[in-house]
Write a protein that binds this ligand. Structure first.
Ligand code: TYD
Length: 205
């Protein structure tokens, strides 16, 4: 049996990461392994209910981080770890790096609190590879405006919120250069897909 791999995709709202999930899943399946595609917050029935709350209710930043990690714990125990144990490759749309970026970078949560929660919830688990879709927040905001769906609580954030989220992502990437692959998410979908395909091939030769 092959060993599972844990792969995450990250980026600010409007970076376009979700458009590339199916492509990554196909690249995994092309290797003849099971791909489990999932997301955070969410991925379990309880996690999806918590997602509704954190995406639509105003709350304190620490409360937000606690709910993200509560949903994450369920996700890990019920979905991620069992899938990895049977040799599947798990592809998650966001994981703890998002909490670091949004709650620490965006909301100003103390990084020591983040590290304590991370140590409690997944002391021995980190993604094998993280694809970070990096883009100028102004370009991302224009992409968001072009979509007609109703924005959630985070998507309505203004000012320099996404600049701070982006900086925190890049800070996290710089701290774990072996795990992160930073992808320039500007340009057309095809351009970005080409960069992602290269980065995926390099991460999993
Ligand atoms: P997102 O992944 O962008 O989904 P969609 O494409 O459906 O909008 O939405 C999740 C939002 O939750 C996003 O704005 C980032 C935020 N988030 C956090 O603030 N902290 C976290 O730990 C996670 C996982 C997400």
């Amino acid at each position: 049996m092959t060993t599972g791999r844990f792969i995450t995709v990250e980026g600010i709202d409007g970076a376009g990461k979700s458009s590339h999930l199916e492509f990554l899943a196909s690249a995994i399946r092309a290797r003849g392994v099971e791909a489990v595609v999932t997301r955070e917050p969410g991925g379990t029935p309880l996690g999806e209910r918590l997602r509704e709350l954190v995406l639509h209710e105003a709350m304190d930043g620490t409360t937000e981080a606690l709910l993200m990690f509560a949903a994450r714990r369920e996700h890990l125990v019920r979905v991620i770890e069992p899938a990895l144990a049977r040799g599947a490759w798990v592809l998650s749309d966001r994981f703890s790096d998002a909490t670091y970026a949004y709650q620490c970078g965006g909301r100003g949560l103390d990084r020591a609190v983040f590290r304590a929660l991370e140590g409690l919830v997944h002391p021995a688990r980190q993604p094998d590879a993280t694809f970070l879709f990096d883009i100028d927040p102004q370009v991302a905001a224009e992409r968001q405006r072009a979509q007609s769906r109703t924005p959630d609580k985070f998507e309505r954030e203004a000012g320099d919120f996404f600049g701070r989220v982006r900086d925190a992502y890049l800070e996290r990437a710089a701290a774990s250069p072996g795990r992160f692959r930073v992808i320039d998410a500007s340009g057309s979908l095809e351009d970005v897909r080409g960069r992602l395909a290269q980065a995926f091939a390099a991460a999993f030769p």
